[in-house]
Design a binder for this molecule. Structure first.
Ligand SMILES: [Zn+2]
Ligand SMILES: [Zn+2]
Length: 80
């Protein structure tokens, strides 16, 4: 399942999530989630770099920035 990083859906119930700072909250189950990225080449979790309001993803294994179009997104539970 691919995730739209601008409008992710709750992994529990499929409801649209609302942005809460760097987290996302579900209106249905009230859960908080964080968007995480995985490298399309090596499968490692990517480091999220925020600069000037733009989000970049860096792979510590490949030692390179990943373009948003190749990042494989997933949601992880978060605590606000
Ligand atoms: Zn939910
Ligand atoms: Zn990588």
């Amino acid at each position: 399942m691919s995730i739209d990083p601008k409008a992710p859906l709750c992994p529990n119930d499929g409801a649209p999530l609302t942005a809460r700072g760097t987290l996302w909250q579900c209106a249905e189950c009230a859960g908080y989630f964080q968007l995480a990225g995985r490298c399309n080449v090596c499968g490692n979790d990517l480091e999220r770099l925020t600069a000037c309001g733009a989000v970049n993803w860096f792979c510590n294994h490949c030692k390179e920035l990943k373009s948003k179009s190749v990042v494989q997104y997933h949601l992880v539970s978060a605590t606000p």
